[in-house]
Design a protein around this ligand. Structure first.
Ligand SMILES: [Zn+2]
Length: 112
């Protein structure tokens, strides 16, 4: 009985080792999710590259650090945290501002 158990363990570990070495043993689902992950990372990288290129172009024509929406200078603090920022405030704070404007009892409209 003990012998059989030892034999089974040996065989078991043998299969595990083989599994680790051979990609054929990886199931389709995990290969698929790996591909998706690689794709997502590449997509994110190319988006970031476009943003960096955009920022460099702005640096060339002297509009770097200027908000694309209101033309105000983007704060140095914000640029330090996010050098590729093209707006003076983030979309998140924009959404927050919109929300607080809508929630306020008297609607305050911008002076422009
Ligand atoms: Zn702005």
């Amino acid at each position: 009985m003990d012998e059989l158990l030892t034999e089974a363990k040996k065989t078991g570990s043998g299969i595990t080792d083989f599994r680790d070495e051979s990609p054929n043993f990886t199931d389709e689902a995990s290969i698929e999710s790996d591909r998706n992950l690689v794709f997502r990372i590449r997509e994110r990288e190319s988006k970031l590259m476009r943003k960096i290129e955009h920022a460099l172009k702005k640096l060339e024509d002297g509009t770097f650090g200027i908000c694309e929406e209101c033309g105000e200078e983007i704060s140095e603090q914000r640029l330090r945290a996010r050098p590729i920022a093209t707006l003076c405030i983030s979309n998140r704070s924009r959404a927050g501002m919109l929300l607080s404007t809508l929630m306020s009892p008297t609607l305050v409209f911008p002076a422009t």
